[in-house]
Design a protein around this ligand. Structure first.
Ligand SMILES: Cc1cc2nc3c(=O)[nH]c(=O)nc-3n(C[C@H](O)[C@H](O)[C@H](O)COP(=O)(O)OP(=O)(O)OC[C@H]3O[C@@H](n4cnc5c(N)ncnc54)[C@H](O)[C@@H]3O)c2cc1C
Length: 322
């Protein structure tokens, strides 16, 4: 049996978790796949897993919002009881965090960001390292392998079956398990468009110069129906929140069009945007390494080029409308 930690939101299973379920079914072969879900809305999201080959959904009853150690305790306790061959989760921030805690609690090994795995003793995995620039072949020793699945490495393949049995359980928590927990959620003003899914992303780097310098970037992004991103130099300077960061330690994006403005193109940044279909770079330095990855480039000052593009787009749209 293979156990999968499934994330959910708004009563629906998360897309990356459905990818993890497809991966898990391949790993399990003919063995059953069970799921574990935690948090408000888990019971509502559970029945949908019947379309993804899950026989039983174990719903951990823990009051309140996300509490990494408490949720990991639920996964570890269940794994101790069910003795699965593997515990698998999405390679999301949450999936990696939960399984890292669960690995410590169970004394088992975690292989993060896997793209393929073959069961056995030891299990063999291929996993992404260095923001996807390197694929590592590794062996995972121990009776139970813990793995997270690299986002978008596996396409979701539904496997419709009977409605799963839903079993609630109350994990035995320790006092320190609830010390770290989400106490409040504040919505960002993205107008419902997420950086990861936006068809167009306009990002600013150090070359934008200041937090205020992002106003023309925001205007262009809005005009193109896109989202605003940034480099780590920007989040480190406190000009934008970390949720806007594109890169190895930020969000991985794959828009139709990516417009990096005043961004040099460090490997850690490119690791987050190499899925972009087209890149239009705006930079004042003809030697900037981002130009090597760009399909189009405008050499110039971001403070002049971005407003000029916006003005031209508005003019062209007005002409088309009249
Ligand atoms: C472990 C690790 C993880 C990291 N993760 C990430 C990550 O997830 N994302 C990320 O972005 N970085 C990440 N970094 C940092 C990364 O190495 C770079 O330092 C960072 O991407 C640089 O940001 P930048 O391109 O905005 O700044 P810089 O490298 O300083 O580049 C600024 C660019 O702006 C141009 N410029 C300057 N003025 C203007 C102007 N007026 N008009 C037009 N162009 C102008 C310059 O020519 C230059 O090309 C990571 C680093 C490490 C070590």
């Amino acid at each position: 049996m293979v156990l999968v930690f499934v994330e959910h939101d708004g009563g629906e299973p998360d897309e990356l978790s459905l990818q993890a379920l497809t991966f898990a079914r391949g790993y399990a072969a003919d063995a059953p796949v069970e799921a574990v879900m935690v948090g408000p809305g888990a019971a509502e999201a559970a029945p949908a897993l019947g379309d993804h080959g899950v026989a039983t959904v174990n719903v951990a009853e823990i009051d309140g919002g996300f509490a990494p150690q408490a949720w990991a305790r639920a996964v570890a306790e269940l794994a101790g009881r069910l003795s699965p061959a593997a515990v698998i989760a999405a390679g999301s921030d949450r999936g990696n965090e939960i399984l890292a805690h669960a690995a410590v609690m169970t004394g088992c090994v975690l292989a993060a960001n896997c793209v393929a795995a073959t069961p056995g003793e030891p299990a063999e995995v291929t996993r992404m390292r260095w923001g996807g620039s390197l694929l590592e072949e590794a062996r995972v020793h121990g009776a139970m392998a813990l793995m997270t699945v690299a986002p978008h490495a596996v396409a979701i393949e539904p496997a419709p079956g009977d409605a799963p049995a839903v079993q609630a359980f109350a994990p035995e928590l320790q006092e320190q398990d609830l010390v770290v927990r989400v106490s409040e959620r504040v919505d960002t003003s993205t107008g419902g468009l997420s950086l990861a899914d936006a068809p167009v992303v306009v990002s600013g780097g150090r070359g934008v110069g200041s937090a205020e310098g992002f106003a023309p970037i925001e205007e262009l992004a809005e005009l193109l129906g896109g989202a605003v991103g940034c480099s780590r130099a920007v989040t480190s300077a406190g000009w934008r929140p970390h949720t806007d960061q594109v890169g190895q330690t930020g969000t991985k994006i794959s828009p139709d069009l990516y417009i990096p403005c005043g961004i040099s193109g460090a490997t850690q940044h490119m690791a987050g945007c190499k899925g972009a279909k087209k890149i239009l770079a705006i930079n004042s330095d003809p030697e900037a390494s981002i130009l090597a990855s760009a399909d189009y480039a405008v050499l110039g000052d971001v403070a002049e080029v971005v407003p000029a593009i916006t003005a031209e787009l508005r003019r062209a749209r007005q002409t088309a409308a009249s």
